[in-house]
Design a binder for this molecule. Structure first.
Ligand SMILES: *[C@@H]1O[C@H](CO)[C@@H](O)[C@H](O)[C@H]1NC(C)=O
Length: 177
């Protein structure tokens, strides 16, 4: 689990501001361009995250289009060729990655796979038993407020899904909730 300094929060704010400017001057992107399918995906992602959060008593996340854009740009530019589970530079975001053989995986599947790690997490000693559960702890991290995700099909035909979180979770030595 990585630790972060307060500086990265500042960096993330600047990055989000820069992305906002790109949006402002991009004639091709507008909120009205959201298709019904995209709205469904967003609802599935939020439902998956927020039911897991509700179960442990932490407030719900909101969808952040700028985080989704960041995920899409990183996935398309850096991972489309190799489809590897390699993290982005982050810029102070938390990040969950999912890889699946074939193209039929949805964001809902990815979130369900991450939430299933709950079985490995022990709150009493704040540790994952035998297997990684850091995707789950990011999902239920109390101070995280926003999420944005993207799915791409890699050149190989496999699925790569990334969700970005802000503020990030998984601070070493801290409990998610
Ligand atoms: C944490 O607690 C669980 C459940 O009692 C136990 O199985 C696990 O070994 C503990 N992990 C550590 C690192 O102490």
């Amino acid at each position: 689990m990585p630790s972060h300094s307060p500086l990265v929060f500042h960096a993330a704010n600047i990055y989000l501001a820069a992305l906002s400017l790109i949006f402002l001057f991009s004639p091709t992107i507008s909120s009205t361009a959201l298709t019904k399918a995209k709205t469904e995906t967003i609802n599935q992602v939020l439902d998956g995250h927020n039911s897991a959060r509700k179960a442990v008593g932490v407030p719900p996340l909101q969808w952040e289009p700028l985080l989704a854009t960041y995920a899409r740009v990183y996935s398309s530019n850096e991972r489309r060729k190799d489809c590897k589970l390699v993290h982005s530079p982050g810029y102070g975001f938390g990040e969950n990655l999912f890889w699946g053989k074939g193209s039929r995986w949805t964001a809902e599947d990815a979130v369900a796979a991450w939430v299933a790690e709950r079985q490995w997490y022990h709150h009493a000693n704040n540790s994952c038993n035998a297997k990684d559960c850091s995707h789950y702890t990011q999902i239920v991290w109390r101070t995280t407020q926003r999420v944005g995700c993207s799915k791409i099909i890699c050149d190989s035909g496999e699925t790569f899904i990334a969700c970005e979180y802000y503020p990030p979770g998984n601070y070493f030595g801290q409990r998610p909730y």
